[in-house]
Design a protein around this ligand. Sequence first.
Ligand code: SF4
Length: 227
Amino acid sequence: MTLSLSQKEYLDLMGIDVWVARGSSASNEMQEMEVNEFPASQTLNELKSTVSTCTKCRLHAGRIQTVFGAGSHEADWMLIGEAPGAEEDKQGMPFVGRAGKLLTAMLASIGLDREKVFIANILKCRPPNNRDPSADEVLACDDYLKTQIKIIQPKMILALGRIAAQNLLKSDVPIGKMRGKIYQYGEAEIPVVVTYHPAYLLRSPREKRKSWQDLQLAVQLYKGTDN
Ligand code: SF4
């Protein structure tokens, strides 16, 4: 397999050198991945409207706005992070700023356009001072994420970081032990792969190689799904 120039550039952006075995086929096939281009689902828009006025937990009091999620409503890939930070709260978009740029580069490294996936968080409102979400906040917000997944029906879920992985998979296993394994979500048994949060990768760039391995695992799994 040879990587396209743009993929190499994105891998450079991630700070990763990649050596790919001859005959490996993940990247080229990912470039040809088909993504539906249907109009946005009204149902997801309705849910977004409901979330925008939600007061089910204390976090509503401190938010500028809710951060529902963004991307294609018919995405094959869904990425789930923890919660909005200060910049996300300002812009109303998930994964903006440096971590967002790195996430975009990570996606591009496997041939995925950020606009063609759907990116959401466990929580739709920003916890103060970027503290971890509390259990009752996660519980209060849980139905929204469940419904998003139900509507979008992704074929692959990438859990970004410990909070996302543990809450999504109802596990207390440390993230280092969760990654590298394949999980399933819900009745639809959607495959889930766990990797590090981009903000953590910015602080610990040596872990980017593991994140690359996680992405490769997800690509291989996706290729094995009925898509
Ligand atoms: S975090 Fe979720 S449950 Fe809490 S107020 Fe925001 S949208 Fe509602």
